[in-house]
Design a protein around this ligand. Structure first.
Ligand SMILES: *Cc1c(COP(=O)(O)O)cnc(C)c1O
Length: 436
């Protein structure tokens, strides 16, 4: 009763007693009714409920941006900004100099505009919200032209045709799955057309006999006919990843320079910040977005904005992006560093697992994740964990049940721990007590 609320405790005890009663009425053993047995069950139940809070996971999957475990890890400055925003009052909507009401996007506006070259910006809950809000603000009740090759579905029920329908805009498909030509767009434009939409095919590639209309060609058509062009970039990068030796992903600034009137992208994919949807582009169109009542429903909270502001500050001002941003640090991790870390882990893992396990540092492939660059993989180092009598699934289960939970992956029938996102050797040596 020192640890738990009285009513909560009473409810838990009643639930346990009721379970025992049901068990007994179905022929259970009355000897289970000692006070110690009942209390043990109550403790078990309370511990299980305590354990239903967020659990730390060691990401040994090799997927740097894994949606199921929270995508990007924040930079240290962003974590500190969240802590500060969460723990007390801050100038969220207050202009400290004048003492008047301020605007909650003021923390991010200047840096986001400078980093993307766009005159106006807006931030919402995630990129799905950004697409919904932009379509609703610019094209409600009117037509939006999209290539059939770009009717993307992102995991978790984001589908362009469905978001379009909810936005109140009318989808006008043109071209075919593999080929869409400039004339397909040009011929579909009419007095009801509000927007030409390009969607980055983040999580798939169409290869073979293909052709699509690149952004500058689409912008040329839009300019000629007076129709704005929007691009959903999905991940979108603020810097050119190829300058870090990584596969290239579209850079937001280049899309703005190529003439996109509105560009939307995620905060927690390659950008490496918190979950957010970023909208940048033309002043008049962003003005319509700002005035839309939906914007209020989709806006970000103070912790998200604090984390995003700190992340953008790093992009804007730091000369050491790849050491400050965990996402970039992990994507660019040198193999020698991972190999040394793997060797350092072997000793501790042998002790934790016992002699029956085979452990080996191997070459493997990591993924970027979140649908970014679906085809390209990054060469990595991993530890393969085998056992003569245990399946890869069973070993994976033991690592998941350990404290903290270690999430690896199964590769060609073996359980492997990818070292790419592991910071310290001790992370991979979990406590297996309670695990089989
Ligand atoms: C990921 C993605 C989205 C959804 O972004 P969230 O931030 O996850 O809501 C939308 N469009 C494209 C092309 C994407 O890749």
């Amino acid at each position: 009763m020192q640890r738990y609320d009285r009513q909560y405790l009473a409810d838990s005890i009643r639930a346990v007693v009721s379970e025992l009663r049901v068990g007994l009425s179905q022929g259970g053993d009355v000897r289970e009714f000692s006070a110690d047995d009942v209390m043990a069950r109550v403790h078990e139940r309370l511990a299980a409920e305590d354990g239903s809070r967020p659990r730390r996971i060691v990401n040994a999957t090799g997927v740097v941006l894994h949606t199921n475990i929270g995508r990007a890890a924040l930079a240290a400055d962003a974590v500190e900004a969240v802590r500060q925003a969460a723990s007390g009052a801050i100038d969220l909507e207050l202009d400290v100099a004048s003492g008047r009401r301020g605007d909650r996007e003021s923390w991010v506006r200047r840096d986001l505009a400078a980093l993307t070259g766009a005159p106006a910006v807006s931030v919402v809950n995630n990129n799905a919200a950004a697409v919904l809000l932009a379509l609703n603000s610019v094209a409600e009740g009117r037509e939006v032209i999209v290539s059939r090759g770009e009717l993307v579905e992102i995991g978790g029920s984001f589908r362009i045709p469905d978001v379009m329908a909810k936005s109140g805009a009318v989808l006008r498909e043109v071209g075919t799955t593999n080929r869409t030509h400039p004339r397909d767009y040009a011929e579909a434009i009419n007095e009801r057309t509000a927007l030409l939409l390009k969607v980055h095919t983040s999580n798939y590639r169409i290869v073979g006999f293909t052709c699509d209309v690149d952004l500058s060609a689409l912008v040329a058509i839009g300019r000629e006919r007076g129709v704005p062009v929007m691009e959903d970039l999905g991940s979108g990068a603020l810097v050119d990843l190829s300058s870090f030796g990584l596969p290239r992903e579209p850079v937001v600034r280049e899309r703005v320079e190529a003439g996109a009137d509105v560009v939307t992208f995620s905060g927690d994919k390659l950008l490496g910040g918190p979950q957010a949807g970023l909208i940048v582009g033309r002043e008049d169109l962003l003005g319509r977005i700002a005035d839309n009542p939906l914007k209020r429903a989709l806006r970000c909270d103070k912790m998200t904005l604090a984390a995003l502001a700190a992340t953008l500050r790093i992009y804007r001002s730091s000369p050491h992006l790849s050491s400050e941003l965990p996402t970039l640090r992990w994507l660019t991790r040198p193999p020698e560093e991972m190999e040394a870390l793997g060797k350092a882990c072997l000793v501790g893992l042998r002790t934790a697992l016992g002699p029956a396990y085979d452990l080996e540092v191997i070459d493997d492939e990591s993924e970027i994740g979140s649908g970014a660059l679906p085809i390209e993989t990054l060469p990595t180092k991993a530890i393969a964990v085998g056992h003569p009598d245990r399946s890869a699934d069973a070993i994976a289960g033991s690592f998941r049940e350990a404290d903290p939970c270690v999430l690896g992956r199964i590769r060609r029938g073996r359980f492997v721990l990818d070292l790419r996102c592991i910071v310290d050797a001790s992370e991979l040596i979990p406590n297996f007590s309670g695990a089989s």
